[in-house]
Ligand binder design. Sequence first.
Ligand code: PLP
Length: 366
Amino acid sequence: MTSPRPRAGILDISPYVGGDSDVEGAARTIKLSSNESAIGPSPAAIEAYRALAAELHRYPDGGSDSLRRTIAETFGLEAERIITGNGSDEIIGTLVSAYTGPGDEVLYSQHGFLMYPIAAKAAGAIPVAAPESDHTASVDAFLAAVTPRTRVVFVANPNNPTGTYLPAGELERLRAGLPDDVLLVIDAAYAEFVSRNDYDAGAELARGADNVVMTRTFSKLYGLAALRVGWAYAPADVVGVYHRVRGPFNVNAAAQAAAIAALRDQEHAHKARKHNDVWLPWLTAEFQRLGLTPIPSIANFVTVDFGADGPTSAPAALAYLNAHGILPRAVAGYGLPGHLRFSIGLEDENRAVIEAVEAFLATSDE
Ligand SMILES: *Cc1c(COP(=O)(O)O)cnc(C)c1O
C-alpha cells in the first residue's frame, strides 16, 4: 500500500500554535499571549476596513501598489524595493522556500522565533540554532555556525520571545562576516516600539547590501493582526524572486485599505508607542519587586523567569493565572520552560497581572 507522502522534513514539523485566546469558566479573560497592540488599531483603519465591504466582488490590487507607496513615504524607502505578504510569516516562508532546499541550512538563534525552523523544514532544509548569551543573539555564535550549506540567516531584532536585541553595530558586524551569497533576514516585527539610540530596524543595512532583507508587520504596533499584512524592504534581485513565487493576490483588499489608513494615522501609532513606553518599564519593575527575573525587553512584551520546577514554577504560575482569566504565553517550545511571556496590556490588565502574580506567589509561600 502506498499513499501520497509529503517532502522529507514536513512530518517533522510541530505545527505553530498561537497564543491562547480563552479559558473555560473565566468571566473575563485578559489575553496577553500574542503580543497584539494593547490599544488596538487606528479608528481610521477600522473605517477603511468597513468601507471595503462595498467592493468585495473586486480582486485586490495584486501589486499592493498604493500600500507600497504609502509604506515608502512613511519610512523614507523606495516603493519598488518593498514587498508585501499575508503577514510577515508569509514572506519568511516564501523566502526560505525560494532560497533553500534539501540539505541547505537555515540559521537562527537559540531562542529565536519559531517560524524560522518551521519554514526551513517545510522547504526540506535543515534548521540550525546558534547559541545565545544572556538570552541575546550572539554575532560570534552566528558566524561560527555558518557552513558552506548556510543559505539564510534569520535575526529577529528585537527577538520574540526574549525581547532582547542586537545594536546596529553588531548587525553590521554580522552582515560583514557573512558570505555574500547568504541571505540575512532581519525580522523587525517590533521595530515601531523601540526607542534606543543604538537600534536600527535594518533599513540602512538592506539599502546598502545585496543580501539583506528587513521584514516588518502591521500585526503588532499597528494593531491589525487579524488582517495579516506584513512587508519587507529587500534588494532588487530578492524582490524579483519574491514576485515570481508569491501568490498573485496574496494581500487581500481589506487588509491593504486598513494598512494604508493605519499608516496615515501616525498620531495613533504614537499613542501606541507612548503607552508601551509607560507600561513596559512599569511591568518590568513590578516583576522585579516581586522577586522575579524578567529578561530586559525593548518590545511590547516581557518574558519572566519563574523557574521550571517547584511550587512557583512557570507551569504552576500559568495554571494559576489561567484560572484567574489571565493568559500569558508559555514559551517552553522556545527552549524556555521556566519562563512566561506577557504582552503589555491596558493599564487595568497590567495591574491585574501583577496583583494575580503577587497572590500566586503568596499562596505558594504558605
Ligand atoms: C509576531 C511576529 C511576526 C509577525 O507576524 P505576522 O505574520 O506579520 O503577523 C514576525 N516575527 C516575529 C518575531 C514576531 O514576533
